[in-house]
Design a binder for this molecule. Structure first.
Ligand code: SF4
Length: 858
């Protein structure tokens, strides 16, 4: 634990937005003492905390690694730009959240790469950690940089920066890699890399040479890097004590993966191919995880994660069991996007029992022919019926997702507008949100060589749609077509794209996936400086015959993966890149095997042209995609012969509104907020107390209606960054809980910096904040502060109370009392406020002209 580094960070935190992103200290994270043991890894999803912490892969890997006593795993996310500036200005290295250890001191840094537009963020992390950006320049003592995740199924655009790519499922793979590293820990870097390249699911770019081939800078890799597939999800670790974030994250709920892989075969969807085959957890297994996770987190929402949750063979049974068990505890279910054809009205009727958020349908295309081409048939009549029925169940929001620029699609704007307006007509009272994005062809799909429409074309379609919806109640959101264009380059790029990423990062590009800060001009500038033609990556179809096609043949090849060979240690052979034989290197990701046969992708591409559908292999015949072989196969919860409609009748044990017949008691309690926890905002603190209260078994009383919330309040908001010894909370509970038991339960969950000092029942049902009150603050004395306080007394801004408005304790500390309508932050002004370490010492209520405690003094 680096306390000096932590002190330096604490000095800059008051100056940045959302400081809780950078303090760690969440419940269920690694104990700092345990963190220093064994081989040390730091794991990142390269985006801001709120997004990184929502990533299930990070949570699973964190749990998996920390279960093993030989290793420890901490986390780091990307600092927002204000924090990045402060780190640079103050020469503070980027650090791990658990122990404030500089990243360069770790043995391994791991990135979970979910999305190509995160690539520049990886460079930000490495640079702020003072780790050499170029993998080939790293020294022995620098960490090994590992990357995995769906985006790196074409690793080449990041190959200059990453030491080891891990392809496929990561749970067992990461342990094998760490074990291997443990064996070679004392060896030179090059030997470590050679050892790590010995797995068939790893790729170490530094060990291979490159050469230009048919217009691309291709790496000659003479082994097929095979996707690692874990056959049985139930044997893998899954976090049952979720980390409780200290600031609201994007997926602020329990997320449970019900299955991995998708058999739908949507031809545009990379995840649908690279995660195959489908492997389902049992209903019992999922239910067990949900039960444990709810107990250990206090969440009231469960998300069932799947690429196609409606295809999960235990879907009905699982939803019914969750509802029967948890509806009376106000736990709701959230579903990812549903396929219309697999959506069952009964499911929606069950899911709506507790809380109705929006329903999402990814239609993708408004045209039936195009939907067939992309292998995503949608029965529009059925969709209309669903929308009409769910409006009766009380849903108020439908979200529809469309793509434009799909292969061979025509008049997409007109067709989307017509369909949405028809659906709007059917929905009547439902709000309809439409999201339109631009199709980005992805490697390892039947459309991997398809043309991506250019920005002008996308903008024309989007402009037309904007006009068509301008006077309707449809809310339309368009993804920035320039971002899609860059995503396309990064998705199908070769090694030169690594230089593009480096250049654009150097120019100042940050957070490319954030529309509001994305800088297309910087990408254009970087392309120009490197003399890179983006058409090469965006328009593979037009490049037919130039970059990839064997001379004399037409069309784009779909070669089978190259055979497994001895890893080529190009750096050691000294062979010149340009003289390497690159005959098998037809496109940049040719050596990565997703398990899907090239011939299958080619066949699917041909079927797309003819608008022929290929069936779903969970519900029908195997389509011979090639993934299932040598012990790898689909694992389904229910076999086809046992699948049938689940009974539509079920019992929700007790509905929330019927429940509350017990006497409601108000508990007033005093607690402190100290140390790094002073950087949690008021709203986040409120949420944290509710989580911890539920985990501690506090029987909260709930509001009524379809969005029930615990009756809980923190009536005296404390400015962010101010510590307090004396905070007050109000909890309304439904049980005759002893005051000491209330305190003990809370304190069993609270960190030492926030413990409760006391609790007492209050007869007063209205909030204590409705009375006149005063607060006392303490802070270090300085002349600036004395001047400021004197001026404010003269202006009557400080409450005048005998013997004095403020007094100096031993010429070092100032005590200040102010009234309810005064804000310490406003009084100080931003500049002095962030420079001063302030503590709240006391809260008083005014009673008959006297200041008295909110609690009965004994
Ligand atoms: S091999 Fe057959 S069953 Fe297995 S994922 Fe492919 S299509 Fe489905």
């Amino acid at each position: 634990m680096s306390s000096r580094l932590q002190e330096k960070v604490e000095e800059i935190l008051p100056r940045v937005s959302k400081p809780a992103r950078y303090i760690g200290k969440e419940v269920h994270t690694l104990n700092p003492e345990r963190a220093a043991q064994g081989l040390r890894m730091v794991l990142s999803y390269p985006d801001v905390y709120e997004i990184g912490m929502s990533n299930l892969a990070v949570r699973i890997l964190y749990e998996t690694i920390n279960r093993d006593e030989r290793f420890s795993c901490e986390r780091v996310f990307v600092p927002w730009m204000d924090f990045e500036q402060e780190l640079r200005k103050n020469c503070i290295p980027l650090y791990s959240l658990e122990t404030f250890t500089p990243l360069c001191e770790f043995d391994v840094i791991g990135f979970s790469m979910g999305y190509e537009l995160l690539y520049t963020n990886v460079l930000t992390i490495l640079e702020l950690a003072s780790i050499s950006l170029a993998a080939t320049e790293r020294q022995d003592e620098e960490p090994i940089v590992i990357a995995g995740g769906p985006a790196i199924f074409n690793p080449e655009p990041m190959a200059d920066f990453i030491d080891v790519f891990v392809i496929g499922d990561g749970e067992i793979a990461i342990i094998q890699i760490l074990e291997e590293l443990l064996k070679v820990k004392a060896r030179p870097r090059k030997e470590k890399l050679i050892a790590l390249n010995s797995f068939d699911f790893t790729y170490v770019p530094a060990l291979y040479n490159q050469g230009t081939h048919r217009g691309f800078l291709i790496t000659r890799v003479d082994k097929s890097v095979k996707k690692r597939i874990e056959p049985d999800l139930e044997l893998l670790p899954f976090p049952r004590k979720p980390i409780i974030p200290l600031t609201r994250i994007v997926q602020d709920r329990i997320t449970v993966e019900v299955n991995r892989g998708c058999a739908s075969g949507c031809r545009y969807c990379a995840a649908g191919f690279i995660y195959r085959p489908v492997r389902e957890r049992s209903v019992e297994g999922v239910f067990d995880i949900i039960q444990d996770s709810l107990t250990h987190s206090g969440y009231d929402e469960v998300a069932l994660l799947s690429l196609s949750v409606g295809d999960y063979t235990g879907f009905h049974e699982l939803v019914r069991r969750i509802n029967e068990r948890f509806a009376s505890e106000n736990v709701s279910i959230s579903l990812p996007s549903l396929r219309v054809n697999s959506t069952n009205i009964d499911i929606l009727r069950m899911v709506k029992e507790v809380r109705k958020s929006g329903l999402t349908f990814a239609i993708e295309s408004a045209d039936g022919l195009t939907r067939n081409r992309i292998n995503k048939p949608v029965d529009i009549g059925q969709l209309m019926e669903i929308i009409w029925r769910v409006s009766q169940f009380g849903w108020r929001l439908i979200k529809l997702y469309f793509m434009v620029g799909l292969p061979m699609a025509e008049k997409e704007d007109e067709r989307i507008a017509e369909l949405v307006l028809d659906l709007l007509e059917a929905s009547r009272s439902i709000q309809m949100n439409v999201n339109v994005s631009v199709f980005v062809p992805k490697p390892h799909t039947p459309f991997q060589f398809a043309r991506q429409i250019d920005v002008e074309e996308a903008e024309r379609i989007i402009g037309n749609l904007r006009d068509r919806f301008s006077r309707t109640r449809v809310h339309v959101k368009f993804q920035n077509p320039r971002m899609s264009l860059i995503e396309g380059i990064l998705s199908r790029g070769d090694r030169r794209v690594a230089r593009l990423i480096h250049e654009v990062h150097r120019l100042g590009e940050r957070f490319s996936s954030w529309d509001d800060v994305f800088r297309y001009d910087l990408w254009e500038e970087a392309l120009k400086r490197l003399n890179l033609n983006r058409e090469l990556y965006n328009d593979y179809e037009s490049n037919r015959g130039t970059p990839f096609t064997e001379s004399g043949s037409r069309g784009i090849p779909f070669p089978e993966p190259v055979s497994r060979g001895t890893p080529l240690t190009g750096a050691e052979t000294g062979g010149s890149a340009s003289t390497q034989n690159l005959d098998t290197a037809t496109f940049p990701w040719y050596f990565i095997s997703s398990g899907i046969k090239g011939s299958f992708l080619k066949k699917e591409s041909e079927r797309a042209k003819k608008a022929l559908l290929t069936g779903n292999c969970v519900h029908g015949q195997c389509a011979q995609c090639g993934v299932c072989q040598r012990g790898i196969k689909q694992t389904l919860f229910q076999s086809q012969s046992h699948r049938g409609e689940d009974p539509t009748e079920y019992e929700v044990s007790k509905k929330p509104a019927e429940r509350s017949t017990r006497t409601r008691v108000k508990m007033l309690f005093q607690f402190k907020k100290q140390g790094l926890y002073r950087f949690i905002s008021h709203l986040d603190l409120l949420t944290l107390f509710i989580h911890l209260g539920k985990m501690a078994g506090i029987p909260f009383s709930y509001s009524r209606g379809f969005n029930p919330k615990p009756h809980f309040g923190l009536p005296f908001p404390l400015p962010l960054g101010v510590e307090s010894e004396y905070e007050i909370g109000e909890a309304y509970i439904e049980d005759a809980l002893e005051e000491s038991v209330f305190c003990d339960r809370y304190n069993s969950q609270l960190p030492v910096e926030m413990k409760l000092a006391r609790a007492e029942r209050s007869q007063l049902m209205k909030s204590v904040a409705s009375f006149p009150f005063f607060h006392d603050y303490m802070f270090p004395y300085s002349h600036d502060i004395e001047d400021l306080l004197q001026k404010n007394i003269e202006r009557g801004k400080i409450f005048d109370i005998s013997p004095c408005e403020f007094y100096v304790v031993q010429k070092t500390l100032v005590m200040l009392r102010i009234g309810r309508d005064r804000s310490i932050k406003k009084l100080f002004g931003q500049d002095l406020f962030v420079r001063t370490h302030i503590q709240r010492r006391m809260l008083w209520q005014e009673c008959d002209g006297k200041l008295v405690s909110f609690f009965k003094e004994k």
